[in-house]
Write a protein that binds this ligand. Structure first.
Ligand SMILES: N[C@@H](CCC(=O)N[C@@H](CS)C(=O)NCC(=O)O)C(=O)O
Length: 203
């Protein structure tokens, strides 16, 4: 098995933290996405979405999408406790918060960065005003996380889960947009500090 990724990319970091949490080590192949290595025919023949991370299995099957990759890898380890939840309720709460963090947090953050900076102007039309709107939507989502964290230790409840990894990636990525956790969102800040201390994140 190997993972095609780029150390600095947020989606690849998400998978790396997850692997650290479940104690798996998988060789990596670096793909220079800024230089467009992911747009070559060779990469597109392997990858359904033309993006990283991409997992290659030993039998030549490829998996795209970081969450699908995490799900697959976790299921190969038969964990005592799953980062995707153990009971039906936990699984639904994790799915619910994960969709919110992705749809209301990560996607607006990525859209804001891509459209404001024009970093991928060689492959897409960048619309600065859409970037600014996306940035605003991200800022408006943060109080929702703070409210949830005023009642629970972690985003989806009392157990650390995949949502906390995605949430951590969101807050660290937001710094590229000059967005810090607002001073009044003390619960979000407490949670961020605790996730930052995890060995899986520090590795
Ligand atoms: N939803 C995908 C997002 C993957 C993604 O957007 N990857 C970025 C790096 S963080 C990429 O490969 N960008 C290259 C490009 O857009 O050309 C996932 O979670 O894996």
């Amino acid at each position: 098995m190997k993972i095609y990724e780029l150390a600095a990319s947020p989606s690849a970091k998400r998978v790396r933290i997850f692997l650290n949490e479940i104690g798996l080590v998988i060789p990596t192949v670096s793909v220079d996405i800024r230089a467009g290595e992911n747009l070559t025919q060779e990469f597109l023949d392997k990858s359904a979405n033309g993006r990283i991370p991409l997992l290659e299995l030993d039998d030549g099957v490829f998996l795209s999408e970081s969450v699908a990759i995490c799900r697959y890898l976790e299921s190969t380890t038969n964990p005592v406790s799953s980062l995707f939840g153990n009971t039906a309720l936990e699984q639904a709460q994790i799915e619910m918060w994960h969709r919110m963090v992705e749809l209301q947090g990560l996607i607006p953050a990525f859209q804001a960065f891509r459209n404001i900076s024009g970093v991928y102007a060689d492959r897409e039309t960048c619309i600065a005003s859409w970037g600014e709107e996306s940035k605003l939507r991200l800022i408006n989502f943060l109080p929702c996380l703070d409210k949830q964290l005023s009642k629970h230790t972690y985003i989806a409840g009392e157990q650390f889960s995949i949502v906390d990894i995605s949430g951590y990636i969101l807050i660290t990525f937001a710094k590229n947009l000059k967005i810090d956790i607002p001073a009044e969102l003390t619960h979000l800040a407490r949670w961020f500090e605790s996730v930052q201390q995890r060995p899986s994140v520090k590795l």
